[in-house]
Design a protein around this ligand. Structure first.
Ligand SMILES: Cc1cc2nc3c(=O)[nH]c(=O)nc-3n(C[C@H](O)[C@H](O)[C@H](O)COP(=O)(O)OP(=O)(O)OC[C@H]3O[C@@H](n4cnc5c(N)ncnc54)[C@H](O)[C@@H]3O)c2cc1C
Length: 259
């Protein structure tokens, strides 16, 4: 468990950002990851008074505040419809309901955890993050950036027409995934995002018209996606799962109707 000397409820994003420039201070979301650390924190910066806990849906996009709990994403009817159930599927194995009532979108995305189901599912969509100083950038770009001291304010999902699926394999029900995969079909394009490799999510894209069979797609994805070994599984097994998920995605989305 960490220790903190002071707790500050920020009155504005500017104040939160200023405080966060000091190395010994930390922004907090649900505090669930942070509490696993033994950090010596000077000031905890709480964003919960800034109205950033909710999902706004309009014709073109979903705008999700950084303090929104994962559970709210899981239960949102609009996201459920748009993602063909993939968001719920991606989140349902993260520990338990009480946990997902606390874990936030900001903490989950900012951390860019290699094991993340949250990053994987949103990286398959037309997603952007809004950073307080860095502006709005594609999530795929953010995944590759080194963590800095900016504040993740919102996650934005454009409602590009797509068909989406989510797959994961876990050694036990609520453990970190051995491998996860979100597959999106947009027009003729098939996008496969693989996470828990165990590194950060990687994207493999291909036109459906260029894929001769599920087996050829599986082979190409396995070549392109780098996997490694850790306590949960070996690299070979993960690469085997890349093939399995790629085939499954092709069969589910290759010629199928929109869900
Ligand atoms: C035991 C355990 C099991 C887990 N299993 C899974 C799993 O299977 N799949 C999965 O996807 N995830 C899993 N997670 C991760 C979890 O879903 C959350 O992503 C994680 O707890 C972080 O969310 P939080 O709100 O608790 O963030 P915090 O712990 O509060 O913060 C995490 C980090 O993000 C920073 N931060 C928080 N909010 C912001 C912001 N708005 N801007 C900038 N920086 C910010 C904090 O300073 C800190 O460095 C697991 C976590 C734990 C502890």
């Amino acid at each position: 468990m960490f220790t903190a000397r002071e707790y500050v409820k920020a009155k504005s994003l500017d104040e939160a950002w200023e405080l966060n420039q000091i190395r010994s201070n930390r922004v907090v979301g649900g505090m669930l990851w942070l509490k696993m650390s033994r950090l010596n924190i000077n000031k905890l910066i709480d964003l919960s008074d800034l109205g950033l806990d909710g999902i706004e849906e309009n014709e073109d996009e979903f705008i999700i505040g950084c303090m929104t709990p994962l559970r709210e994403l899981e239960l949102h009817p609009g996201l459920e419809r748009y993602s063909c159930g993939a968001v719920r599927e991606a989140l349902r194995s993260i520990v338990g309901v009480q946990f997902r009532n606390l874990a936030t979108v900001g903490g989950s995305i900012y951390g860019r955890y290699g094991f993340s189901d949250v990053l994987t599912v949103f990286a398959a969509m037309d997603s952007f993050v809004e950073l307080h100083k860095g502006g709005i950038i594609p999530l795929s770009e953010f995944i590759g950036m080194k963590p800095d001291r900016d504040i993740l304010v919102r996650l934005i999902i454009k409602k590009t027409a797509l068909d989406l699926r989510y797959y994961s394999v876990r050694n036990s029900r609520t453990d970190f995934a051995v491998l996860n995969c979100a597959a999106a079909k947009t027009g003729d394009k098939l996008k496969l995002v693989f996470g828990a490799r165990p590194g950060r999510a990687m994207i493999f894209e291909k036109s459906l018209s260029e894929i001769s069979s599920a087996a050829s797609l599986a082979g190409e994805a396995a070549e392109a996606i780098e996997t490694r070994s850790n306590l949960r599984a070996g690299a070979d097994y993960r690469t085997h799962l890349v093939r399995v998920f790629a085939k499954r995605a092709y069969n589910d989305l290759g010629g199928g109707e929109k869900c």
